[in-house]
Design a protein around this ligand. Structure first.
Ligand code: NIG
Ligand code: FE
Length: 431
């Protein structure tokens, strides 16, 4: 068998091979740990992964094969980040400072901050500015190990600019060496001018916005912020059912703020690909979600960004058989982190997931949570060669070593990704 890339001398290789489909219960800890491993790929896809002696036996190496010595380090699949809002303008650190001082997120939003502050900022910016800002953010996410990233629109809230946000996401997808999965989040908030006539606005989303998004084929998913203070359960069902009929797959921001609202059960009933947040989901909804194919995407960095000590009940969820994934929720409001490594630390220390469960939730299950499960998330023949070489020896060091990016090398589709320091700066004029 031929290969154009061979990564050898992995002191520990986690292939994540095991049952296909979102893993639940004890399967979540199946991460395929192999000592002294190697991975080989050809034309961007994996052809072999396993103990080095076995991989070498299967391969015909030639001058075309690039050999990389992992130096005894840990090798894993690339992280998949299935929930981000990486298409926004300015940051909102002013609001973070207020939250730390005790002002709740909803009060800040009611004072003119929150999503609306990002909306008025976004709609004033040029395409060039938005691309420049968000490409830099996404490159930082890639250097932190994310090799597939879902990106939502949702900071425009008018049709033309929501379509512009999705076009800019497609542009970034073409520009970057990794796939971006686009999600239409036109139902992120009700624009203030429609507050008194919300049913008119909601009808417009269904009859015009979704139709245009589906016609243009620029989003894979439709998402909604389902909360009693944003879009109600009935409104969410109306919008998402219409999206589904138009051929979009669906996701829900569910049970983030209002305790036990029931958005998780709605996600299961509508056959959503994922239900995200679930910080305050009810116990009664757990068996409903467990019996569905909907993946629960947990976002522990959001609890931290909200300056809250309330986290999703991950242990109960795993024990009840819910398929759990992890994501950053990277956004200017509630969660300003690019790093899946940091999310792994939070998943273990705050959600009490084991390091093996957290790794599976950030790779294999995260890929299923954004519709990429058959393509990435594990190092098995036929999947994309999305591979990380870490600066450590053991997968348990990933969550244990906190707050520093210890990803040493990123391969996306078999290509070694390296960006220069200049490509990832936020403050562009600095040298
Ligand atoms: O996922 N929950 C809604 N959307 C974001 C927050 C957006 C913002 O504050 O800008 C979230 O937490
Ligand atoms: Fe979000």
């Amino acid at each position: 068998m031929k290969a154009d890339l061979l990564i050898r001398n992995a002191g520990q290789l986690c292939t994540l091979s095991g049952p296909e489909g979102p893993r639940r219960g004890h399967q979540l800890a199946d991460i395929g740990v192999i000592a002294d491993g190697a991975v080989a790929s050809l034309d961007g896809d994996i052809v072999a992964a396993g103990p080095e002696s076995e991989v070498l036996r299967e391969l015909e190496l030639d001058q075309e094969t690039i050999e990389v010595d992992a130096g005894g380090a840990l090798v894993t699949p690339g992280f998949v980040d299935p929930h981000t809002h990486a298409m926004f303008g300015r940051y909102r650190a002013d609001e973070y400072a207020l939250r730390v001082a005790g002002k709740p997120y909803v009060e800040i939003a009611a004072m003119g901050g929150g999503i609306h502050a990002s909306v008025s900022d976004f709609n004033k910016r040029s395409d060039e500015e938005l691309l420049e800002m968000n490409l830099r953010r996404l490159r930082r996410m890639i250097l932190s190990g994310s090799t597939t990233i879902e990106v939502k629109s949702g900071y425009a809230l008018n049709l033309d600019n929501e379509l512009r946000a999705l076009e800019l996401i497609s542009h970034m997808d073409r520009e970057l060496p990794i796939p971006l999965i686009a999600t239409f989040l036109g139902a992120h908030e009700i624009p203030p001018k429609w507050r008194e006539n919300r049913e008119v606005h909601i009808r417009e989303i269904v009859e015009t916005w979704l139709v245009k998004v589906a016609e243009q084929g620029i989003a894979r998913f439709a998402d909604i912020f389902c909360e009693p203070t944003v879009f109600t359960l009935t409104e969410s069902e109306y919008i998402l059912s219409a999206a589904r009929e138009l051929g979009l797959r669906i996701k829900i921001h569910a049970d983030e703020i209002a305790p036990g609202y029931g958005a998780a059960a709605l996600a299961a009933r509508l056959g959503a690909c994922s239900a995200d947040h679930l910080i305050v989901m009810s116990d009664a909804d757990m068996p409903v979600l467990a019996a569905s194919d909907t993946v629960a995407v947990l976002l522990p960095a959001t609890s931290l960004g909200l300056a809250s000590v309330e986290f999703a009940p991950a242990r109960k969820m795993i024990e009840s058989g819910i398929a759990v994934a992890l994501a950053t929720d990277f956004n200017p409001g509630s969660s300003c982190t690019e790093s899946m490594g940091f999310v792994l630390s939070l998943a273990c220390s705050a959600l009490r997931m084991t390091p093996a469960e957290a790794l599976c939730a950030a790779t294999h299950n995260a890929a299923w949570a954004c519709g990429e499960g058959t393509k990435t998330g594990s190092l098995v023949p036929g999947k994309r060669a999305d591979i990380l070489i870490h600066d450590c020896l053991d997968f348990r060091e990933l969550p244990y070593h906190m707050g520093f990016n210890s990803v040493r090398k990123v391969f996306a589709g078999g290509q070694d990704i390296g960006f220069s320091a200049n490509d990832i700066r936020d403050i562009v004029p600095l040298n």
